[in-house]
Ligand binder design. Structure first.
Ligand code: S3P
Length: 448
């Protein structure tokens, strides 16, 4: 079932060699943040390369509800006229942030230390996801939250009138939780400190510095200690959003498993907090050349030349790598199905609280495609069948999860029989041009 509209069944079948250039859209994490930070700066922030996926459009709508002026000038080109730290007005209606955990959690943090009240809801997937991981630390600022059982949406957040700064050690490796606390800390006096034992994506830290906040990151035996000085005046910025490495993963993985493929995926982030999939694929024997390394939009990027790799082997993915590839396990488990031997993914229990329970969704779908899978709460093991060895011929349930839908459509491009998904509509949330881009490379994907 889809989140809002009608379900869109889709199907992919064994394709000829994928060829060409795959220009994937802007990074989802950075797109959300550029709208949110822009709304907290006084003056005009200019954004290019913004991802125009539904998740980001829902964040733009929310920023308007808090009083920012958000304008689309053209494809990916947007401006935000912000209201300043602490300048948010109270939304007059419930905020529907759709499918987006990032939108919900970051925006809750953003308003948590301003004395206004806002009620959040989302689609059936988001309404199942835990928000306590954010509202618990926010309560230390003095913020109150009233949600459904288990800390689920719909939820009303009452911002703290007299916030106090917070020191908090993250109990889970989550950039969303870290970012929510830093955003709340912006409008609290004094120093807010977040400690993360394992590094997670650092876009908020990089962008806060860019917008003029005072922030330091110290590497200690406790982990990364991030200290933010509250109540800065954020300065509007020009943000060039780099391409999304999590979206690039789909054409890259497709090219690795479809015989004869040879594609170029330009501008893929090599940020160490995001590149775990690419390290893992290389260890498996993937033929990926990292060409033309450079900096774009403040991120290290490279152009990836990716060729069919018929001799990939299963590996043990180091658990400490999980935060840097957390969104890529579904498509990695597809590549693992076409590798020889088993791929062991441990330390991945966070996958159970994403847009769907991704361990369960991938395990059931791969089994239906004829792949042997083992799982426990924190582990997924895929027994690879080698190049061309996956039978396919299944209809896989996507559970309102864009990455599950795209992963099984990639699987069908190289399996013996076609693979269908019950609903491809969630792909709109993060990669609205997925179907056209993949077909442009030669992928056989159809609707219905
Ligand atoms: C995101 C962080 C990750 C990731 C999500 C985007 C972000 O979630 O899964 O797609 O933009 O901060 P967690 O930080 O909760 O692991």
């Amino acid at each position: 079932m889809s989140g809002h509209g009608d379900a869109q069944p889709m199907k992919s079948r064994k394709s000829g060699a994928l060829k060409g250039v795959a220009e994937v859209p802007g990074d989802k994490s950075i797109s959300h943040r550029s709208l949110i930070f822009g709304a907290m700066a006084v003056g005009e922030t200019r954004i290019t390369g913004l991802l125009e996926g539904q998740d980001v459009l829902d964040t733009a709508k929310a920023m308007r509800a808090f009083g920012a002026t958000v304008t689309r000038l053209g494809e990916g080109a947007w401006t935000v006229n912000g209201v300043g730290v602490g300048g948010f007005q109270e939304p007059v209606d419930v905020l529907d942030v759709g499918n987006s955990g990032t939108g919900a959690r970051l925006i809750m943090g953003t308003m948590a230390t301003t004395p206004i009240t806002a009620t959040f809801t989302g689609d059936a997937s988001l309404r199942k996801r835990p928000m306590g991981r954010v509202t618990d630390p926010l309560s230390l600022f003095g913020t109150r939250a009233y949600g459904r059982q288990g800390g689920r949406l719909p939820m009303t957040i009452v911002g703290a009138a007299n916030p106090v700064p917070v020191r908090y050690t993250l109990p889970v490796a989550s950039a969303q939780v870290k970012s929510a606390i830093l955003l709340a800390g912006l409008n609290a006096p004094g120093e807010t400190v977040v400690i993360e034992k394992e590094p997670t994506r650092d876009h908020s830290e990089r962008m806060l510095l860019g917008f003029g906040a005072k922030l330091s990151v110290e590497k200690t035996s406790e982990g990364h200690v991030i200290t933010l000085t509250g109540q800065p005046e954020l300065r509007p910025q020009t943000v060039a959003v780099p391409r999304d490495p999590s979206s690039a993963a789909f054409p890259v993985c497709a090219a690795l498993i479809v015989e004869g493929s040879d594609i170029l995926v330009p501008g893929v982030s090599q940020n160490l907090t995001r590149n775990g999939l690419y390290l893992t694929l290389v260890e498996m024997g993937a033929d990926i050349e990292f060409q033309n390394p450079r900096e774009e939009g403040g991120e290290p990027v490279a152009d990836l030349r990716v060729r069919f790799s018929g001799n990939m082997k299963g590996i043990e993915v180091p658990p400490e790598r999980a935060p840097s590839m957390i969104d890529e396990y579904p498509v990695l488990s597809v590549v693992a199905s076409f590798a020889k031997g088993k791929t062991v993914m441990r330390g991945v229990k966070e996958l159970r609280v994403k847009e769907s329970d991704r361990i369960d969704a991938m395990a059931r779908g791969l089994e239906a495609c004829g792949v042997r899978v083992e799982e426990d709460e924190d582990t997924l093991i895929v027994h690879g069948l080698g190049a061309g060895g996956v039978p396919g011929g299944a209809v896989c349930a996507t559970h309102i999860d864009h990455r599950i839908a795209m992963s099984f459509l990639v699987c069908g491009l190289a399996s013996k029989a076609p693979v269908a998904v019950d609903d491809g509509s969630p792909i709109q949330t993060s990669f609205p041009i997925f179907e056209g881009l993949m077909k442009g490379l030669g992928a056989e994907i159809e609707r219905g």
